[in-house]
Design a binder for this molecule. Structure first.
Ligand SMILES: C[S@@+](CC[C@H](N)C(=O)[O-])C[C@H]1O[C@@H](n2cnc3c(N)ncnc32)[C@H](O)[C@@H]1O
Length: 239
């Protein structure tokens, strides 16, 4: 089952976190070396947090999301595609394919990374971004799962498992969520609870008690994992 995307929580979260800026900066450093012409970003988000910071690197930036996307980036060529990946995936291949915080919404059963690689040109790169289990995020998730006596199915583990036999590099990017108050932090954290299956109903008191137990006030570290993966050598984009 896919997870509902909480738009309000996302907007609030991006206002208080350094994450998108830090991740965009790291991706930019990686991709400029390739002198890329085209990018496909899957799950761009409502306001193109990464897209607007990266699109000037490319001749054409294709921003695809199942929901409407709106952002402006002067002097950039942007193609907005509203659709579901992989069902509505463009047929062509791209220099760079970017999937940031979207795999948790695409559970699937097969190897999603392989399909994403097939959407890249053989000389291109797939870049996947997910929360790292390092830092406060991981401690928070592990403690939540421990208290509930349930396993935590993190996107991070899934990506690492799917990449086990594929050459790749993994970067760690530090980021911090600085909320205006403990209550605001508890609200933001709901968005970080990526797990496959039903959305966990996390009560505010539960989050507050967890934060107390971990000694966290309103500054919360959310290290980001970036995987840089070569495009698939051959193959159809839908294979
Ligand atoms: C958490 S947001 C991530 C936004 C952005 N990539 C970022 O890193 O901030 C996830 C986005 O993925 C979109 N999405 C989820 N599943 C999708 C799918 N199968 N195809 C296209 N977009 C999808 C949602 O509509 C949402 O805008």
């Amino acid at each position: 089952m896919a997870i509902d995307f909480d738009l309000d929580a996302y907007r609030e979260f991006t206002n208080f976190s350094t994450e998108k800026l830090e991740v965009a900066t790291a991706i930019r450093k990686e991709v400029v070396k390739l002198r890329p012409s085209t990018c496909l970003e899957i799950g761009t988000g409502p306001d193109g947090q990464l897209a607007k910071r990266l699109c000037d690197v490319f001749g054409l930036y294709t921003a695809m999301d199942q929901e409407p996307v709106a952002f402006s980036a002067p002097h950039c060529r942007i193609r907005l595609l509203q659709g579901h990946w992989p069902d509505d995936a463009p047929r062509e291949r791209f220099d760079v394919v970017l999937a940031s915080h979207v795999l948790c919404y695409i559970p699937g059963t097969g190897n999603v990374i392989a399909r994403l690689r097939a959407q890249c040109l053989p000389t291109g790169r797939l870049i996947v971004v997910a929360n790292s289990p390092e830092s406060d995020y991981g401690r928070f998730r592990h403690e939540l799962a421990r208290r509930r006596g349930v396993p935590w199915y993190a996107t991070h583990e899934r990506v690492a498992a799917e990449l086990r036999d594929t050459p790749h590099r993994r970067l760690a990017v530090a980021a911090t969520l600085l909320a205006e108050s403990r209550e605001a932090l508890a609200r933001h954290l709901r968005l970080l609870l990526d797990s496959h299956g039903a959305v966990e109903a996390v009560r505010a008191e539960e989050v507050t008690s967890l934060l107390d137990g971990l000694g966290i006030d309103r500054s919360f570290s959310v290290e980001q994992a970036l995987w840089i993966v070569p495009g698939a050598p051959e193959g159809d984009v839908t294979s």
